[in-house]
Design a binder for this molecule. Sequence first.
Ligand SMILES: Cc1cc2nc3c(=O)[nH]c(=O)nc-3n(C[C@H](O)[C@H](O)[C@H](O)COP(=O)(O)O)c2cc1C
Length: 367
Amino acid sequence: MKKDSILFTPVTIGTMTVKNRFVRSATHDYLGHPDGSISDAEIELYKTLAQNEVGMIVTAHTYVQHPYGKAGVNQNAIYDDRYIEGYRRLAQEVQAFGCKLVVQISHAGRQTLPDCGFTPLAPSSVPEKGSNVIPKEMSEEEIERTIADFASAMIRVAKSGADGVQLHLAHGFLLSEFLSPYTNRRTDRWGGEVRSRLSIVAEIMRQAAKEGLGAGDFPVLVKMNATDGFDGPGYLSLGEVIEAAAFLKELGVAAIEVSGGHREAPLGAARRGITSPEKEAYFFGPARAIKEKVNIPVILTGGLRSRAVMEKVINEGRIDMVGMSRPFIQEPDLVVRFLNGQEKAACISCNGCYNPRGIRCSQIRTK
Ligand SMILES: Cc1cc2nc3c(=O)[nH]c(=O)nc-3n(C[C@H](O)[C@H](O)[C@H](O)COP(=O)(O)O)c2cc1C
C-alpha cells in the first residue's frame, strides 16, 4: 500500500491532529499491577504500537471509582492522583513516536467483578444474567459521587499530559447502562427520554468543565454502542443512538467511536469468525447513519481486517478513523505491514487473546 492512501492522511479531533487514520481501540491487557498502576509490560506494549505507526492509541479502560467500578483483574485505575504518574510515562513514551494517547475511563456498573465482595451498582436493579447478580439501584448520592469521580478522572488524564480522554459509554458498562432502556428503568431525572438517560454524562462534562477541563482545548471522546445487540421494544434503538450522538455533540464531545454489544446479548463487541470482507466492519451501517446526522469525527471499530475495507468505509461512509483491537494483539506492527504491501490482518477473530494473565494471541506459538 502506498503512503498516499487515505489511511495515511491526517485527521483532526478537536484540538488534536492525528497523523493517520489507525486507532488501537481500547484493550484491557490484564498487565497492570494489582493495585491498578501502569506496569513496565504495558509501557512496552504501547511503545511497540507507537513505534509501528499507529496514529492514536486508546488505553485499556481504567476505573474511576474504588472499590466500585472495577471490571477485571489487573485492570488499570485512575481513581486517585497517585495514578497520574503512570499515565504521564505512558503518554511520553508513545508521543515520542508521533502517536497520540487517549485514556479510556470507565465504571463497570452491574458488570463489576463478581467476586468484588459487594453488590455492584447500576441505574436500576435489573438482574445481570452473566453473573446472576442483582445490582443495587444507585441512590442520588451514589450518582453524584460517580459524576464527581468521572470528572476528577478526566482532570487527572489532562494533568498526565495525555492527548485526550474517552468516556466508556459502550458494552454494558455503567454509562451505557444509563443510556440503555433495558438497564435504566428509572423514573427520576436520570431515566426516561434519551437526553435524561444521558444526563449523567451531561453532568460529568459540566463538572469537569467547572474543575477546569476545557473540552474545547482537551478533546473528550466517547465510545458508544450502535446497538446493544438486542432487538425489539424496550431495547436501545438506532434512532435513540443517533439522538444520543447528537446530544453528545451538543455537550462538546469531540469524536465518537462506534462499537456495540453487551455481555448478555448474543453478539458482543468482539465477534468471532471474521473471515471474509463481507463479515468485516460489522457496525458500519449504524456508524454511517450517525456520521450523516452528527458531523463530528467518527471512529469505526469492530471486525476491521482488510486494507480495502478500511479505505471503503472512509471513502464511501465518510468514517474518519478505523479502530482495531484484536489485530494489533497478533500484529502490533500491522500498520507497517500494510505499508509494505500486506492486504489483510492475520487475526482470525477467535478471541483466544482474552487472557487474565496478560493478553496474547493464542495463534502465535511461543517457544
Ligand atoms: C482482550 C480485549 C480487551 C478489550 N478491552 C476493552 C476495553 O478495555 N475497553 C473497550 O472499550 N473495549 C475493549 N475491548 C473491545 C475492543 O476495543 C473492540 O471494540 C472489539 O474487540 C472489536 O474490535 P476488533 O474486531 O478490532 O477486535 C477489548 C477487546 C479485547 C479483545
